[in-house]
Design a protein around this ligand. Structure first.
Ligand code: SF4
Length: 371
């Protein structure tokens, strides 16, 4: 960072301190924002009156235990290999994780890009490859492109167990939960780069909560927090502001949206620790259902009524009711080496961010219940 940038950040931080005269709660929906705020030590730089809470924006954290169970069930089937990005490997289902299955000799392969999955299917055309496709609107276009390519190439041994989620219904769910008690929202810039600003407009127009679409470096974050604090203080009108214009246009990435619309349709899905949210899933539509692992292998992803073992509080962490350090397991029974819940397991999870970089420097008071 240049000296000029450092001076600018200091100036913005002083403006934030001037605006904030009473305790406020800001939600960062996106797991990457949670990590960047912690990594840059932004809480320490600001006033202790600003309390950050996390939202449901870590795709691995919100993936049902039943989804991991379904992948493990598939491994029981003859000739099936499960391919996944690394983050999902350690996440616990009801009876263990994919990593444990791998150590037992089951066919679980880690991939690093969607193209790897295509190569796998072509290289092992005598096997069925099932790809665990988890994510939000950010990654859905990549999966859509992959599925379309597989269709054009007439690949018959590649299938997808999808758990692709939409951000807008989740935001509505969180804002409908009075216990979250949120004063302002940092909206995920990479989702908005695909969707445009539309999914985030209801935050201000219907719920009248200040909102800003935010990028991921220090300047993006402090600038966006300043915009939020001015709205919360009543210095500027409540409205959705896009401070990430270098990547986010009003209408989003139209080619990516068109790809998604071609391959997926909207449905309902259960979010781990949250429950079913209407219209929050993207599933394969009729034209591409030959690639649907559930249909091919006759399985279903069951919603688990007990999404967390060991009194894990990930459910409350992911909807802003608690911060990770309010969980009694945090840092003792639950660490990144021995994670109990997905928020510690996932590299994007709020608990892992708190553990790695230091958590709520301002104590673990439950502001949600006391305000
Ligand atoms: S610290 Fe561990 S047990 Fe507690 S909420 Fe986080 S992941 Fe769950």
């Amino acid at each position: 960072m240049t000296e000029v940038e450092k001076k600018l950040i200091k100036k913005v931080i002083l403006q934030i301190k001037d605006s904030v005269t009473s305790d406020i709660r800001i939600m960062e929906i996106c797991g990457t924002h949670t990590h960047q705020i912690a990594r840059f030590g932004i809480r320490k730089l600001l006033t202790s009156k600003i309390h950050f809470v996390s939202g449901p924006g870590c795709p691995v954290c919100v993936t049902e235990r039943g989804y991991i169970d379904a992948l493990i069930t598939l491994l029981e089937q003859n000739n099936v290999t499960v391919a996944t990005f690394g983050d999902l490997l350690r996440v616990q289902g009801t009876c263990g994780s994919l990593e444990e299955q791998k150590s037992l000799g089951k066919k679980v392969l880690t991939v690093y890009s969607p193209e790897d999955v295509l190569s796998l299917a072509q290289d092992y055309n005598d096997k069925s490859i099932v790809f665990a496709a988890v994510g939000f609107e950010t990654t859905a276009p990549l999966y859509a492109a992959l599925i379309k390519t597989a269709s054009m190439l007439k690949i018959k041994n590649l299938f997808f167990l999808t758990s692709l989620k939409r951000m807008e219904p989740a935001i509505r769910f969180v804002l409908g939960n009075a216990k979250a008690n949120i004063d302002g929202i940092l909206c995920p810039g990479h989702v908005a780069a695909i969707t445009g600003i539309k999914p985030f407009l209801p935050i201000t127009t219907e719920y009248h909560i200040p909102a800003v679409i935010c990028g991921f470096d220090e300047m993006d974050l402090v600038t966006s927090i300043n915009v939020l604090c001015k709205q919360i203080a009543g210095e500027t009108p409540v409205q959705l502001i896009n401070t990430y214009k270098r990547c986010v246009s009003d209408t989003g990435n139209e080619a990516a949206l068109s790809l998604m619309n071609e391959v997926f349709k909207i449905s309902e899905v259960s979010w781990r620790g949250i429950g079913k949210i209407k219209d929050s899933a993207m599933i394969l539509n009729g034209n591409y259902e030959a690639f649907d692992a559930c249909k091919k292998f006759g399985i279903e992803v069951k919603s688990n009524p007990h999404p967390f073992p060991h009194e894990c509080e990930c459910g409350k962490v992911m909807i802003g009711e608690k911060t990770p350090d309010m969980c009694k397991n945090f840092g003792c029974q639950c660490t990144p080496e021995h994670p109990l819940g997905p928020c510690m397991t996932s590299s994007e999870g709020a608990c892992s961010a708190y553990y790695k970089y230091g958590g709520s420097e301002f104590g673990s008071k439950n502001y949600a219940s006391t305000r």
